[in-house]
Design a protein around this ligand. Structure first.
Ligand SMILES: *[C@@H]1O[C@H](CO)[C@@H](O)[C@H](O)[C@H]1NC(C)=O
Ligand SMILES: *[C@@H]1O[C@H](CO)[C@@H](O)[C@H](O)[C@H]1NC(C)=O
Length: 393
């Protein structure tokens, strides 16, 4: 072990601070186009045409110029596990190969960390209201589907199949210490107990495969930070009733939280109104009480004055509260074009992808938001080497 490696590994345990910062790379879940929104139609799509993962040249800019060390790279669960075989250990190897190329580029070539996260519009219900599809993703997505682990739905994939999927994926990356496992993007409209059970099954499967990598554990109801301790009625019980009960033999997991700043926390509106100090106070207290840490893996805004102010405050809030150890802004990605990844009331202001421009040719959110607000807040304390060990032993 090099001295620097030992120091950084020790530092990551001894002092809590922002160790990982960067962007979501969103495009791998694009192009699940369906002419009539029938679940499963539009799959699997063609790599490089319907979807992609990263542009190596823009990853270079993020790492070499902005010194970010975390990318959250989306993939569609229904592409990794073909519909013919369903959720489980059988992968579409061609699709996996393209994904692995992106992972290797980020982690091996560039030495940054990467959180791999399945998005699942079909098996788990799509996370966003319909009007957002055109905005979030340039093409239509199937809207309905079964919930993983719903035992009263004979068409639903089971929690055991979800575990088989995770055992297979984790086994393939267990020797790459720059890889983190994000269990699922934004589970919602399913009992919080079931979100917990699926999470625990994934944790057991990952550890069972011999992987000690950091795991990101999502909450129900879109993993929203502001409502982490609230009930949404019925069996949509508070995440705070469940997620601290995750049992991990490695004790190497963080909570995966999303927190947009617009009026309904959806990340669709241009104006930022909900600041972190007020809206994350309860989550922060719960994390402290339970000796847990979190990363905010989706947040962002538009280029308004209020968003600049509240996003800067949000980044400062995470720096000041040591329960937060990382963040990724939503979103960069090679396939956005002038479409906006976040928070623009469907105006096409571009994305966080370097070189992005708005529909009218003016600078995109990369220039007007990322470089202006996020880049000055990228911590100098980020961890580049050594195993990722967040919690004290
Ligand atoms: C589970 O499946 C049943 C039968 O299809 C359905 O009525 C119910 O709404 C599903 N539960 C969830 C959480 O989707
Ligand atoms: C936001 O960016 C767009 C595209 O560059 C630009 O037209 C608009 O004037 C900017 N808005 C503000 C408030 O700066």
């Amino acid at each position: 072990m090099k001295v620097a490696t030992i120091l950084s590994a020790l530092a990551s345990v001894a002092s809590a601070k922002i160790l990982f910062a960067g962007v979501a790379e969103s495009s791998g879940e694009f192009g699940l186009w369906s002419p009539d929104a029938t679940p499963g139609t539009g799959l699997p799509g063609t790599f490089g045409k319907d979807y992609s993962f990263i542009d190596e040249k823009t990853v270079d800019i993020f790492v070499d110029e902005h010194k970010v060390n975390l990318f959250r790279v989306a993939f569609a669960l229904e592409r990794m596990c073909p519909l013919e075989t369903g959720l489980g250990a059988t992968f579409d190897e061609e699709h996996f190969g393209h994904y692995k190329d992106a992972i290797d580029y980020i982690t091996v070539t560039k030495g940054a960390s990467l959180c791999l996260t399945p998005f699942s519009p079909v098996n788990r219900r799509h996370p966003r209201p319909p009007q957002l599809h055109a905005l979030q993703r340039p093409s239509q997505q199937p809207m309905t589907g079964s919930v993983i682990g719903n035992t009263t739905d004979t068409t639903a994939a089971t929690t055991e199949q979800f575990a088989e999927f995770w055992a297979e994926l984790a086994g393939r990356f267990k020797d790459n210490e720059r890889v983190m496992f994000g269990i699922m993007n934004e589970p919602h409209d399913m009992p919080t107990k079931l979100v917990f059970d699926n999470n625990q099954a994934a944790v057991d499967a990952i550890r069972g495969a011999g992987a000690t990598n950091l795991i990101l554990v999502p909450g129900g109801q879109w993993s929203g930070g502001h409502s982490w301790t609230e009930s949404w009625g019925g069996d949509l019980l508070p995440n705070s009733d469940f997620m601290h009960k995750i049992e991990d033999p490695e004790n190497n997991f963080v909570l995966d939280v999303h927190e947009y700043l617009d009026e309904d926390y959806s990340g669709t509106h241009s104006e930022c109104v909900n600041g972190y100090p007020e809206h994350l106070a309860e989550l922060t207290a719960w994390l402290k009480e339970n000796d847990l840490k979190a990363m905010i893996t989706e947040f962002g805004g538009s280029n308004t004055t209020a968003c600049e102010t509240l996003l800067d405050e949000a980044l400062g809030y995470m720096e000041d509260n040591d329960v937060f150890v990382g963040w990724t802004a939503w979103a960069a990605g090679p396939f956005w074009g002038p479409n906006s990844a976040c928070c623009t009331d469907q105006r096409q202001l571009g994305s966080l992808e370097p070189g992005s421009t708005a529909a009218d040719g003016s600078p995109g959110l990369y220039e007007t938001l990322w470089k202006k607000v996020f880049v000055p807040r990228i911590p100098e304390t980020l961890q580049w080497e050594g195993p990722v060990v967040i919690n004290e032993a």
